[in-house]
Design a protein around this ligand. Structure first.
Ligand code: PMP
Length: 389
């Protein structure tokens, strides 16, 4: 497929921001271990501490509360595998939270999930909460964009002497987050979801909150996370954080584009169901089900038309299996099996929406008024003329 691609899979990973790329390249030019006392080491330390301030500013935390990790998966493992007696966890959490809970010795207490995808803390079995319990609740879901009431969850936990962790991998850098105000003890974030590089993230640990190191070894990150810091990736994460914080029109822009996309889908295919749209959602995510269709086939047809979207838990590469998230919401198997995830981001344009809708119209055998040159090419793609799976 020649011609420009339309990338609408930001929840899997976002394109690297130019600011992040520049910061990474500059840091790569520099030799130095941040633990060394000489000038080169001090310069590496400077790079890291500047990035720590940038990340802290993005989420209104103190720099001392930001501990760099190899991404949100590591941050989630650290938070969950910290010697808890019990962990309250909902079935819609990301695999890294669910698997870390399983790997820990903690008793897992399920949080019931409502039909709209929200956690029902009032229905939790509290007799199961011994000392040293943790409540983990994601800020927003990677497949549906459904947002949880994190402030209420923090209050619920603290009123019961339960520690509180939130996986904010899909929200940091996309919606305003005030770590100080939301009163979480622990918060995971991931650089590559908002234009930083892959393989870098952080666990934000409230000042004064006791958490033993997960990775043991050297004394890096004030003895909290061993291993020579990945200064270049950290620099990229910091620059992406600063760029995201400065992008004040993001939410308004993205919600407009997402609403246009959904309105277009509904007009072209009245049987489309937008999962999770009944409650609060991230502005960038649209989980679209087409009962009777097969999600994997839809993803491939869109791909052939030059449009990249996700299906199921497609965040884990190449996996097009059954979504545990949609199952947790009680979505019927036939509907879940047809659900694709379209996720927009900082670089998405009106043209991307035009391209998506042109491809969607073609695949579903509908006419569309979209008339850009490349959209016309999409309509001429022979593979797509087999509409009607
Ligand atoms: N939590 C959520 C909600 C995610 O979407 C992801 C990424 N798919 C992760 C955690 C893991 O993040 P990372 O890729 O940085 O390990």
């Amino acid at each position: 497929m020649s011609g420009p691609r339309t990338y609408l899979d930001y929840n899997a990973t976002a394109p690297l921001r130019p600011e992040a790329k520049a910061a990474i390249c500059a840091a790569l030019e520099h030799v130095g271990n941040a633990s060394s006392v000489h000038g080169e080491g001090r310069k590496a330390r400077d790079i890291i501490e500047t990035a720590r301030e940038q990340v802290a500013a993005l989420v209104n935390a103190k720099p001392s509360e930001v501990v760099f990790t190899g991404g949100a998966t590591e941050a989630n493992n650290w938070a969950l595998r910290a010697g808890w007696s019990a962990v309250f966890v909902a079935a819609f959490e990301h695999e890294s939270v669910l698997a870390a809970g399983e790997a820990s010795d903690a008793r897992r207490v399920p949080i019931p999930v409502g039909a709209t995808g929200s956690a029902d803390l009032a229905a939790c079995d509290l007799t199961a909460a011994p000392n040293r319990s943790l409540l983990t609740l994601q800020m927003a879901n990677n497949e549906t964009g459904v947002r949880q009431d994190i402030c209420a969850a923090a209050e619920w936990a603290h009123a019961r002497g339960i520690a509180f962790h939130t996986d904010a991998a899909q929200t940091v850098g996309r919606i305003a987050i005030d770590f100080a105000a939301l009163r979480a003890d622990l918060m995971s974030l991931s650089g590559h979801k908002f234009g930083g590089p892959q393989g870098i993230g952080a666990l934000v640990i409230r000042d004064g909150f006791e958490l033993a190191p997960f990775l043991k070894g050297g004394g890096q990150e004030r003895r909290r996370r061993a291993g020579t810091e990945n200064a270049a990736a950290i620099a990229g994460l910091g620059a992406a954080a600063e760029a995201a914080a400065g992008d004040r029109s993001y939410e308004v822009r993205i919600v407009h584009l997402r609403n246009r996309l959904e309105a277009g889908v509904r007009k072209l295919t009245s049987s489309a169901i937008i999962i999770g749209s009944e409650g609060p959602r991230l502005p960038n995510t649209s989980c679209i089900a087409m009962p009777g269709r097969d999600a994997a086939t839809l993803v491939i047809k869109l791909d052939l038309a030059g449009v990249a979207v996700g299906a199921g838990s497609a965040c884990s590469s190449g996996k097009l299996g059954r979504s545990h998230i949609l199952a947790a919401m009680g979505i019927a198997e036939a509907v879940a099996a047809s659900a694709i995830r379209v996720s927009l981001g900082y670089g998405t344009t009106e043209r991307d929406i035009d391209e998506f809708l042109a491809a969607w119209a073609q695949i579903h055998g509908r006419a569309t008024t979209v008339a850009s040159a490349s959209a016309a090419q999409v309509r001429a793609t022979p593979e797509l003329e087999t509409a009607g799976d």
